[in-house]
Design a protein around this ligand. Sequence first.
Ligand code: SAM
Length: 289
Amino acid sequence: MTTSADSVFVARSDGISAEGVRDQYADGKAAKVWEIFIGDKNSRTDNYKNFLIDMLRNKGCKRVLDVACGTGVDSLMLVEEGFEVVSVDASDKMLKYALKERWARRKEAVFDKWVIEEANWLTLYDDIQEHIQDGFDAVICLGNSFAHLMDGFGDQREHKQAIGNFEKCLKPGGVLLIDHRNYDNILETGATPAKSIYYNTSHTADIKTSVLFYCGKPSLVSMDYLIAGNKLTSEFRLSYYPHELKRFQEILAEIFSAKAKHQLYGDFKEMSQVKNPAFYIHLIEKPQA
Ligand SMILES: C[S@@+](CC[C@H](N)C(=O)[O-])C[C@H]1O[C@@H](n2cnc3c(N)ncnc32)[C@H](O)[C@@H]1O
C-alpha cells in the first residue's frame, strides 16, 4: 500500500494515464494552452541565452538530454543553437507538439537529427539506452517539471530513483541542470507567483494554490490554473511535490556524491543577486570516475 498524499486528494485533471506514470497532462488541457501560458518564446529564450546556452558552451557540452521536454520549448531552442538533442517526456499529449515542430522543420539538418522519445524518469536509463552511448554532456530538467513526481512511499525513494537515472545518463564530468519552484516560500505564504522567468504570459494567468499536509508533512501542492486569452480559456490543475531547498540539495549530494560540484542559482542569477527567487536552479557535476 502506498502512503502518498495523492491517494487522499484528487491531484490530477481527468484523463487517461500513460502506462507506468500518472500523466497529469493526459486530458490535453494544459498541453493545448502551454505555449500561451509560457508567453513570448523569445523573451524566455533571452533568459536562457544569458544563462543556459552560455553555461552549456562554457562546459563544452554538445549532447544534451532534455528529460522533461513537454511541448519542446527548451529543446527547440537548443536544436536551433546547434546542440545535439535527445528529448523525452512521459506525456504523449505534450510530445505531440514537439513532434509536430520537428516534422515541420525536418528538412533542416539539425531538426532531422533531433530525437524525440516517450520515456518515464523511473525507467529512463532502460527506456533510452540506445541513445545514451558514452553518456550525455548535460541532462536538463526544467520548468518545475521534477516536482510532478510524487512521493508514493513517503520516503522519497522515487525521487532518488529518478535522479539516479539522470546521473546514470551523464558521462563523467557531465552536468545536471534541474529546477523547482521556491516551495519553501510557497509553504510559508500559501501562494504561487503567476509570472516568473519561465512564465511570461501577457494573458490572464491566475494560479490558485492549495497545500496538503499528510501525516504532519507538507506532501502536495496543487495549482489550479486559469489561462485566458486569444479567445481561449483553459482551466487545469497540476500537482507537485513541494521540494524544500535543503532536502533537495541533500538528495543531489547523496546521488552524485558529497564531492560533486554543486552550484545554486535563483531565477538564473547568482544567489547573491536575488532575494526570494520564484525558481531555484541547481547545476551539479558528475564527478570523474
Ligand atoms: C511543466 S511541463 C514542462 C515542460 C518544459 N520543460 C517547459 O518548461 O515548458 C512538465 C513535463 O514533465 C513531464 N513529466 C512529469 N512526470 C514525468 C515522468 N515521471 N517522466 C517523464 N516526464 C514526466 C510532463 O509530462 C510534462 O510534459
